[in-house]
Design a protein around this ligand. Structure first.
Ligand code: ZN
Length: 95
């Protein structure tokens, strides 16, 4: 089955769309690529608009955040290493 993405206008397999139970066809109007791009944009905008708030939060939660990051790194060593490998591969390809 195919569906046209409302954002980029490309016809794609429905597997390229995220599931959305609140939509009539059970699928997002945007393809995965577009919703990822939107999410990224949202985060960039959010960060730009809330710099102060984020800074304050980080200041207030420094200890907790670094503890969390430490724990996360310890628990996901293998995952992080493989991400980094992938990233470096992509990076080298681009440069
Ligand atoms: Zn799209």
């Amino acid at each position: 089955m195919m569906k046209i993405c409302k954002d980029c206008g490309t016809e794609k397999e429905i597997t390229e769309f995220n599931k959305r139970s609140d939509k009539s066809d059970g699928l997002d109007n945007w393809c995965r690529d577009c919703s990822r791009a939107k999410q990224r944009l949202y985060h960039i905008k959010y960060r730009a608009n809330n710099k102060q708030k984020i800074n304050e939060y980080q200041q207030n939660n420094k200890l907790r955040l670094s503890e969390y990051q430490k724990k996360y790194r310890e628990q996901n060593k293998a995952k992080i290493a493989s991400y980094q490998k992938e990233y470096q591969k992509e990076y080298r390809k681009l440069n």
